[in-house]
Write a protein that binds this ligand. Structure first.
Ligand code: KG4
Ligand code: ZN
Length: 357
């Protein structure tokens, strides 16, 4: 097995062979993502080079129910996955024979939705006689930033904020993660979704609050910043309750002011703790990931905080922050290189956790 060399800012990846699978800069991986309500396929070469990426969002299908309906999600993945894979291959301008491995999210997520992707990925790997790689969705979110900035250096702190998770992770190296802090109750995205629903702003909640907040006053209401001055854990459930109590007490309050003030409280806590985490571990970089990283105020404040603290901050594009298959293919490339192919009897794991040191 050849060893990878890291030279300064530039990562030189030599050829690595694990379990007779050769992984190098030209290894082309098809990534598949079906863990929630996005059906996505992508082709990524050498772990960093996105050749094509297609995403079909099921938002409209679930909007009338105010949340993702698992059974509807699974059926939609069944209808959409093959066209998405075909589109990714066509957009890449390659033939299927060029694909060296198939990587797919195996968890965490909705079990029925995951199974659609896992079954398709295994079937394609068998048909094409190439390795199958099971990917942890959370690990893939950590890799999204590398697709746009392959020069990121370790130790890196990632603020991962999605509908199900709010975490500060220290990436010490590829595959080496330490949990620095996480939410003790609601995830940040969950708080956005619940507040949006309460305010009648529609679904999905995050983008709805973001839009409404644009014409509100973020200082109109001083909502609590829970645990702001202590440690690296988060708590958002009290904030959601405060919003509800405030609106019940002041029924004529402007929804835009509530949205802006709520968003400011969430973002204040997120950026304060991200900065604290980066300083504590002496991080060489700080990056954002997960769906909430699409939030306009968070993006703005994140960059300001990084500049103020003299930390190298990197903000992936919105497309890479939300669920996509390019990040799955990227994480799959790193996993294939370190662990080799995943056995075909692997299943779907709805509660899969990030592997920690
Ligand atoms: O990572 P993601 O696409 O799916 C998972 O949860 O894995 O994240 C979805 C979450 C939802 O809670 C959604 O409301 C939130 O990200 N979100 C946002 C914005 N866009 C999406 N939250 C705040 N502002 C946004 N612009
Ligand atoms: Zn996600």
């Amino acid at each position: 097995m050849t060893v990878n060399e890291t030279t300064g800012n530039e990562t030189t990846v030599n050829e690595t062979t694990v379990n007779e699978t050769t992984v190098n800069e030209t290894t082309m991986i098809l990534g598949i993502e079906t863990s929630c309500d996005e059906t996505a396929a992508a082709l990524v070469m050498g772990g960093y080079d996105v050749i094509s990426s297609t995403v079909s969002s099921q938002v409209d299908l679930h909007a009338q129910f105010g949340g993702v309906v698992p059974e509807i999600a699974s059926r939609a993945h069944l209808d959409l996955l093959n066209p998405m894979i075909a589109l990714a291959v066509v957009e890449a301008g390659i033939s299927e024979e060029r694909i060296d491995a198939v990587a797919c999210t195996v968890g965490p997520g909705l079990v029925g939705a995951l199974l659609v992707g896992v079954s398709a990925a295994k079937a394609l790997a068998l048909t094409w006689d190439v390795p199958f790689v099971g990917v942890n969705h959370m690990e893939a979110h950590l890799y999204a930033a590398f697709l746009e900035d392959p020069t990121l250096e370790f130790p890196l702190v990632v603020l991962l904020v999605s509908g199900g998770h709010t975490m500060l992770i220290e990436m010490r190296n590829h595959g080496e993660y330490r949990m620095l802090g996480q939410t003790i109750d609601d995830a940040a995205g969950e708080a956005f979704d619940k507040v949006a629903r309460f305010l009648g702003l529609g679904y999905p909640g995050g983008p709805a609050v973001d839009r409404e907040a644009m014409h509100g006053d973020s200082e109109a209401i001083r909502f609590p910043r829970a645990m702001l001055n202590e440690g690296l854990n988060f708590s958002f459930s009290g904030l959601k309750t405060s919003v509800i109590n405030h609106v019940r007490k002041h029924p004529d309050v402007s929804a835009a002011d509530v949205a802006a003030s709520f968003q400011a409280a969430v973002v204040d806590v997120l950026v304060t703790k991200a900065r604290r985490a980066a300083e504590q571990v002496g991080a060489r970089g700080l990056v954002l990931g997960g769906g909430v990283a699409a939030n306009s105020l968070l993006r703005e404040r994140f960059l300001t905080v990084c500049t103020d603290a003299g930390i190298h901050g990197f903000l992936p594009s919105r497309e890479l922050c939300t669920d996509n298959a390019a990040m799955i293919a990227a994480a799959g490339w790193h996993r294939l290189r370190s662990d080799g192919p995943t056995a075909l009897d692997a299943g779907a794991y709805p509660n899969l956790r990030l592997p920690l040191l």
